[in-house]
Design a binder for this molecule. Structure first.
Ligand SMILES: [Zn+2]
Length: 414
């Protein structure tokens, strides 16, 4: 990375083309300013990239964007030369399970167990993630999220849903609208940023198709969950596989449908009209299929085929799609950015795929004012790749520069 980090004097006549908008607080001192010279910028919102853009970072914010690359400001700022690279907003994966817990030790080991996943994810360029369930020991999620937020644990910024990968504890362990509302309140009081709900009671037993799996909740119960969460300003993500549970999620006004292997056209239309976000997690299925032994390959191959079909129809129907992978479910350890290639090879434009992992992810998380784009006033979460990711989206699997909150991440330690 050292080649890209140079102190000093690349830029003089620094012309600010975009002034900080109201509310942004540029620092009076330029001592801590960092200038990033990007050969190309894909900003997360614009339809086309821009060439030769200088980003000025003060503290943890982007304070200006300029196209004037000549000279030096002589103000002691640091220059990062990415003039041969494409800069993008920090990537966002809205469906991960990277917080690990040790049930034997009541969650206390969560930070050290999660460290490797957090490190890898940040080094792959994901600067914000939503963790949708860590196990059955909720407070560990809160500890890990807060430790990252206060800077004591390196990793991507976290939003968490305190939830349960343990089937026995799925869905709060209660039924009935009143009890479910109380359970939602408890989760929120414990510090959950999101409510995660499972559509079915469990993965379908062998021989039972996703669409025939038993639904966990009535529409009335699900509506009680979403209504209670929304009243408290908290959003709801629902795990669905077959068409019936996807339908029930959509008519109950969840905010995101997770996995969504089967969603029929009428429900996709409803998602589009209601502004519900689809989070297809195809990469985890390809991973399971590529892993020898232990899996019902015919079932997973069928799921993958149906998931691609749903995804292609969702793209055509212009449903909001946010990038989420389920990393590292089923024990995979490779870069979740491989999902970009799957999305593009199944009908999504490369720019839309990038925006699904930047601005669309930020919108789903309710963080569109802080992250998701390279714009004045936003947090300085920036990544860079060599070459043109619009021509070859797999370049996003090889991030060469990561900045989170205005601080470059040292990528030399793998
Ligand atoms: Zn998941």
């Amino acid at each position: 990375m050292k080649d890209h980090l140079r102190s000093g004097c690349l830029i003089t006549a620094f012309s600010i083309l975009l002034l900080p908008r109201a509310g942004a607080q540029p620092s009076a001192s330029s001592q801590s300013a960092t200038l990033i010279h990007c050969g190309t910028v894909i900003d997360g919102v614009s339809a086309v990239p821009r060439k030769n853009v200088v980003l000025r970072i003060e503290g943890n914010r982007i304070v200006s964007l300029s196209t004037d690359r000549h000279g030096s400001p002589h103000d002691g700022s640091t220059t990062i030369d990415l003039s041969n690279a494409t800069c993008l907003p920090g990537l966002i994966d809205v469906h991960v399970h990277l917080i690990k817990e040790d049930a034997e030790h009541n969650g206390l080991q969560a930070k050290s167990l999660s460290e490797e996943n957090l490190h890898k994810t940040l080094h792959w360029g994901f600067t914000t993630v939503r963790n949708l369930g860590a196990g059955s020991l909720g407070p560990a999620d809160v500890d890990v999220r807060n430790a990252v937020a206060d800077g004591s644990l390196p990793g991507p910024r976290l939003k968490i849903a305190i939830c349960c990968e343990n089937p026995k504890d799925r869905n709060f362990g209660v039924h009935g609208s009143a009890e479910l509302r109380a359970a939602v309140d408890r989760r929120i009081n414990e510090g959950s940023d999101w409510i995660k709900v499972y559509g079915e009671t469990s993965p379908p037993p062998p021989g039972v198709a996703d669409r025939d799996n038993k639904l966990q909740y009535s529409e009335e119960e699900l509506s009680a969950i979403t209504d209670e969460a929304h009243k408290k300003g908290v959003r709801v993500a629902m795990h669905t596989m077959g068409g019936p549970d996807s339908h029930r999620a959509i008519v109950s006004h969840v905010d995101s449908v997770e996995h969504g292997v089967d969603i029929d056209d009428a429900d996709l239309k409803l998602m589009k009209e209601s502004g519900i976000t689809y989070v297809p997690t195809m990469f985890v299925i390809t991973y399971v299929l590529a892993t020898p032994g232990g899996n019902d390959n015919a079932l997973w191959a069928d799921r993958l085929k149906r998931n691609f079909d749903t995804f292609e129809r969702a793209v055509k129907a212009k449903v909001k799609i946010a990038f989420g992978t389920d990393y590292p479910a089923k024990g995979w350890s490779s870069n979740p950015a491989q999902q970009f290639h799957l999305m593009v090879s199944h009908g999504m434009a490369p720019m839309a795929a990038i925006q699904s992992a930047t601005m669309e992810g930020a919108r789903l998380l309710g963080m569109e004012k802080q992250i998701g784009s390279i714009e004045v006033g936003k947090l300085a979460d920036i990544v860079a790749v060599e070459g043109d990711p619009l021509a070859d989206v797999s370049r996003l699997e090889h991030v060469m520069f990561v900045m989170k909150d205005g601080q470059p991440v040292d990528l030399s330690h793998e």
